[in-house]
Design a protein around this ligand. Structure first.
Ligand code: E4P
Length: 223
């Protein structure tokens, strides 16, 4: 199971990497636009992310027609060996996905909201599919049941496309994805930073160290 960070912010990427928790990054036009407001060109920002990330980085095309999507996709893939082209799931996007994967370019098929879309993206050769669980929850549908569906469909037909759970809003989304056997989870930094802590770990450590101090009066290490 791989953990990706859903961000275009370099400080967050560096922090997750230092924790040993960064397998890759996903960006989207909204996240990159937010970083560009703070200065820096598109190329500058994505090049730095690609360099800082030890695994795949998804960067999305913004065109909607075939020729321009393809042109943008090839430009993205030339930015680095770990660049993955994010292609929105539309019929044009499917055609682009097929052309790119036939040319050995890794595609993340994004904005997936149904099991059927996930199957079509896999048939077109996508390396990843990104089902958006949080945005389904937003409209009172159970986002996580989509992950279950895709898992079943991919198992039924022995499909190798990686299920990348996206639009994660809470630690529970993360846990349920892990239990369902998702291949990748991409999460915002604020969710990632909530995951390591547990009140019983904090309490346990405090008790161990208090006991030591009570017994020996200092925290000098005896070796
Ligand atoms: C996925 O790759 C998207 O960037 C992302 O997960 C969207 O999440 P949001 O619904 O919280 O914007």
């Amino acid at each position: 199971m791989k953990l990706f960070l859903d961000t275009a912010n370099l400080t967050e990427i560096k922090q997750a990497n230092e924790w040993g928790l960064l397998d890759g990054v996903t960006t989207n036009p909204s996240l990159i636009a937010k970083e560009m407001k703070n200065g820096g060109s598109f190329k500058d920002i994505v090049t730095k992310i690609l360099k800082e990330t030890p695994g795949p980085v998804s960067i999305e095309v913004i065109a909607e027609d075939y020729d321009n999507m393809l042109k943008q996709a090839f430009k993205i893939s030339e930015l680095g060996k770990n660049a993955v082209v994010k292609v929105p799931f539309t019929t044009v996007g499917l055609k682009v996905t097929k052309a790119l994967s036939d040319n050995g370019v890794h595609v993340n098929s994004t904005l997936i909201f149904s099991g059927i879309q996930a199957l079509f993206a896999a048939k077109a050769g996508a390396t990843y599919v990104s089902p958006f669980v949080g945005r389904l929850d937003d409209i009172a549908e159970d986002g996580m049941s989509l992950i279950e569906q895709i898992k079943t469909i991919y198992t039924n037909y022995d499909m190798k496309t990686n299920i990348l759970v996206a639009s994660i809003r809470s630690p529970l989304h993360v846990l349920r994805s892990m239990i369902m056997g998702a291949d990748v989870i991409t999460l915002p930094f604020d969710v990632l930073s909530k995951l390591p802590s547990h009140p019983k770990t904090t309490e346990g450590l405090t008790r161990f160290l208090d006991d030591w101090k009570k017994a020996f009066g200092s925290m000098d290490f005896p070796l």
